[in-house]
Structures are given as C-alpha cells and as structure tokens.
Design a protein around this ligand. Structure first.
Ligand code: AN7
Length: 369
C-alpha cells in the first residue's frame, strides 16, 4: 500500500472511531452548557467501563451486586478529565490564555493536559512531597508550571483563589462550576449501562466535588425519565482527613491516600445537601482498610486503582450490613493505580524474588517445581 493510500485509510478509520465515541461533550451535549461555537477541547475522555466485581460481592452475599466505575481509564488516568474537558473548553471560549489549580495531583495532571491541548498555559500549585510520582511526572511532561509549596492542599487552594482574583488566570478547581457539569456525565454513563440508577453509589470524598457532580447527574437523568429511582449517596473519607465526619476542618490531614488528603473541602455545603437529599451517609475508613480494599481489587479482580479510589470499596465493606438484599451497588474508582507506584510497591504483600542467578534449576525451584 502506498503512503497516501495509507493516510487516507487511517483517516477513514479515525472518522469511524470518532463517530462511535467523540468524547463526553459530544455525547452529552444537550445536558451541558455548550453551544455550537464552543471550541471543544477533548482527549475523548469518558465512556469508561462499569465492571462487575464478584470477589467484592462475595464478602457481602445476600444477592448484592457490586460493580466498579473504573474512571482511572480516562486519558490522564482519573475522573478529573471529565471536568477538565468542559472547564478548559469554556475557558478557551472566553478567550482565556492561562489556567491555575491547586491539586493533590490528579487535577494538576488533567489541567496540564487539557490546557496544553487547548493552547493555554497551566499553573499548578501542589503540596511539596505529597503528590504521587506518576501525577507529578504528568504535570511536568504535559508542560505545566509546577509550583510546590511548603504547605498542604487547603493552603494551596487559598492561594490559587487569591491568584485567580488578582491575575489573568482562570481557576479550574472544582469551585469552577463547569468542572462539576462535566463530571456529572459519569452518572449518565452508569444509568445508560444499567438501564437505571444503582441502589447505592459509594465514592471517595476529598473536596466533595465528585459526589456533588454524580448527584447532579443522577437527578437530571431522573427528571428526564432516564431512571426511575435515585441512589443513596455513600461518601467515604480517609480517617486522618475526615472533616465531613468530624464536622469540622482538619488543620493537618494525613492519609496514605494522598489524593484525598484534604482538611477543608471546597464543596462542603453542597456535600451536606447531597447527603440529605439522597438519604446517604458520610463515613471514614482507616488507611489499613483502604489498603486492604486496594489489594483485594488488584489481586482478586485484576483492577488496579490508586489508594484514594479504594476508599469507596473499603467503605462499602465497612458498612455492608446496611445494604438491602439484592441491591445493586456501584463503587467509583476515581484514579488509576499506575499513578502511585511508590504506594503500590510499599504496600504490596507479594515479594520480589531478587538476587536470583540466571540458572534454570534455581528459577524453577523458586517457582515451586
Ligand atoms: C483519585 O487532584 O482534589 O471529592 O487536587 O484524585 O471531588 O475532591 C483530587 C481528588 C478522589 C476526591 N479520588 O474527589 C486533586 C483532588 C481521587 C482524587 C478524589 C480525588 P473530590
């Protein structure tokens, strides 16, 4: 095949692919604040799998079905891409040249990628020493200006709010309303697959943007008649960073789940409203419970998420006695396990057999033969 023929074929293939999934703004356009002139900045995010997890369900029994929404399969490896495609498209529409965010890591990776794609600069302010390696690598490689402060996420958020008020940079944290509008599409996808809303939605909570966005999504679909029930929204925070459970800000949050190492959630009031409206609950899970769920997901289901994401499954297992018989539960896995290789190796109970000679008998012996 000559080269121009090849190019023609591959562009046809591309057209075919884009007609099957064009990203979440194209797919859910009528539900989103965009018009025909909005420049859509997309990496074809969304359309992530909803995977059944029989091993997790077996801890519960009683006919309960458990599925995970594996949002770690988005283009930058987390659910933040859903919010960022819309926030960056709207910033571009408004003629903005630069965006800024505070981040525990995933927001910075997504902001950096989508800003670059939209031809904008990205500034990201992170807590020095508390961002997982993969996320830091992403922000740097996507070309963001990375500023690591000697402080935690909450302090970083205060600074970026002030910076966005004083300088020509657009804030793309979840207080930017377009972020939640984009993120609500995950709820649409779940209903589109299940044919209805689940009975329960279990979700990790940091700034409480995502739980708010999911509730918005389910509620809009309910009003449209796309589902005939609404889920009970079950939010889980890490025990060392659990302001919503303690009912007061935590000045020095600590947890192995650095993504949700947040002491003063930006969407606190909205989160309380979600809890009340859905009849849901906030609970905390310890680092040990988070890591146990993290290991079960990887070693029994073949699903590698980051520690913060495993808080949803850890939480489900913690409150499992409250689940009605035969209920359908969806746990949101917000980020990919590859984001945080340090935690993975440190907290894994599967040892490396190292310093082994390249000798058939020695290797076979280790293999148990
Ligand atoms: C994997 O990237 O806040 O409750 O700055 O990365 O909507 O805050 C990340 C949050 C859950 C919590 N799981 O979501 C950030 C940041 C993962 C996350 C959350 C985050 P929200």
């Amino acid at each position: 095949m000559n080269l121009s023929k090849f190019a023609e074929n591959s562009s046809k293939l591309q057209d075919k692919y884009s007609s099957s999934w064009g990203g979440l703004i194209e797919t859910y356009r009528p539900y989103l604040p965009v018009n025909n002139t909005t420049p859509v900045v997309t990496l074809l995010e969304g359309n992530t799998p909803l995977i059944s997890t029989p091993s997790i369900a077996s801890y519960i029994g009683r006919g309960v079905k458990v599925l995970v929404k594996y949002d770690g399969l988005n283009p930058t490896g987390s659910f933040k891409d859903r919010g960022m495609t819309l926030a960056i498209s709207k910033a571009k529409e408004a003629g903005e040249k630069a965006v800024i965010c505070a981040s525990t890591g995933n927001t910075s990776a997504a902001a950096a990628a989508y800003a670059t794609r939209g031809g904008m600069r990205a500034f990201v302010i992170i807590p020095d020493g508390y961002v997982a390696l993969g996320k830091l690598a992403q922000a740097l490689v996507y070309g963001a200006s990375v500023i690591a402060i000697k402080g935690n996420f909450d302090e970083a958020l205060t600074i970026v709010k002030d910076l966005a008020n004083s300088y020509p940079v657009t804030l793309v944290n979840s207080i930017n309303p377009y972020r939640l509008q984009g993120q609500k599409t995950a709820a649409f996808e779940i209903v589109d697959v299940l044919g209805n809303a689940p009975d329960w939605l279990c979700i990790p909570v940091g700034n409480a943007g995502n739980i708010t966005a999911y509730w918005m999504g389910f509620s809009e679909y309910y009003q449209e008649g796309k589902c005939d029930r609404l889920p009970k929204m079950m939010g889980f925070q890490a025990a060392g960073a659990a302001p919503l459970i303690k009912k007061q800000p935590i000045p020095n949050p600590e947890t192995v789940a650095t993504a949700i190492r947040i002491g003063n959630p930006a969407n606190w009031t909205k989160a309380l409203k979600v809890q009340q409206e859905s009849g849901g609950e906030f609970n905390s899970v310890t680092d040990e419970e988070i890591l146990e769920a993290y290991r079960i997901l990887a070693a029994k289901e073949g699903i590698f998420c980051e520690p913060a994401s495993a808080a949803s499954v850890a939480g489900l297992l913690k409150v499992k006695d409250q689940i009605p018989n035969n209920a359908t539960v969806v746990c949101v896995l917000t980020g990919n396990g590859l984001k945080d290789p340090d935690s993975a190796i440190k907290n894994c109970q599967n040892p490396i057999h190292s310093e082994v000679s390249p000798d058939l008998e020695e290797v076979a012996k280790i293999m148990g033969f």
